[in-house]
Design a protein around this ligand. Structure first.
Ligand SMILES: Cc1cc2nc3c(=O)[nH]c(=O)nc-3n(C[C@H](O)[C@H](O)[C@H](O)COP(=O)(O)OP(=O)(O)OC[C@H]3O[C@@H](n4cnc5c(N)ncnc54)[C@H](O)[C@@H]3O)c2cc1C
Length: 199
């Protein structure tokens, strides 16, 4: 029977990131159990790779304050391309209610330490983003929030799972092991066998 100090069930971006960060913090006995044939085949591979800090909940804002600078250094730090491009995120209000929602979130984001987010007027949207006219004139009517360091990471979604499985194989992160199995009722079983049993 295999044992480990830390067992992580699921090798998507969250499980892989936890494995990476625990290993980086010195944990030397981590097992990642993934039921698919490779890591990152769940929600992670379906994601568009959008990266932003314009969230409404403190926990999401806080995670972004950590993860966006982390993604900016990802390639150098981990030797794997994350494809992070800070092309910015613009949320345009098309109703007064929506503008009030964006303003409330903006105040929350600033209070939590997000420096780059701005609340911009309808005129500023028009001046900075004239190309939106072709899309919808309505986007210029009220105002928006803009954050230049938000953007996208075309390969971020695969990068962590790749790094953690590759590095586990190479032992560059000593202590991270991966296993293809499914955890059912507290037990780890061969994923292909448990799938066959359920069909
Ligand atoms: C269409 C779409 C677009 C998205 N776009 C964005 C975006 O632009 N920006 C953004 O930030 N987020 C986006 N998301 C959300 C983002 O993809 C998820 O928040 C993120 O991938 C969740 O990661 P996860 O590791 O928690 O889950 P997952 O990637 O689903 O990983 C969970 C893993 O656990 C495994 N697992 C589950 N149960 C067991 C078990 N019993 N035993 C063994 N293994 C198990 C699964 O096989 C899976 O690999 C999008 C999501 C979708 C669907």
């Amino acid at each position: 029977m295999q044992t480990a100090e830390v067992v992580i069930i699921g090798g998507g971006i969250v499980g892989s990131s936890i494995a990476y960060h625990l290993a980086a913090a010195g944990c030397t006995d981590i097992l990642v159990i993934e039921r698919e044939t490779a890591q990152g085949k769940g929600s992670t591979c379906k994601s568009m790779g959008g990266v932003r800090a314009q969230f409404s909940t403190p926990v999401n804002i806080q995670m972004s304050l950590y993860s966006i600078p982390f993604y900016a250094d990802f390639d150098e730090r981990l030797g794997h391309p994350a494809g992070y491009r800070p092309q910015g995120y613009l949320f345009c209000a098309t109703h007064e209610k929506h503008l009030a929602y964006l303003r409330t979130n903006y105040l929350k984001q600033v209070a939590m330490g997000l420096k780059e987010v701005q609340l911009i007027t309808a005129d500023e949207i028009r001046n900075r983003f004239p190309q939106l006219r072709a899309y919808k004139e309505k986007l210029y009517e009220l105002g928006a929030t803009w954050a230049a360091m938000s953007g996208s990471g075309s390969t971020i979604v695969g990068a962590f799972p790749d790094v953690s499985s590759r590095d586990a194989a190479r032992s560059a992160f000593p202590g991270v092991r991966t296993e293809t199995a499914e955890v059912l009722g507290g037990e780890s079983r061969d994923a292909s066998r448990s799938r066959a049993t359920r069909e």
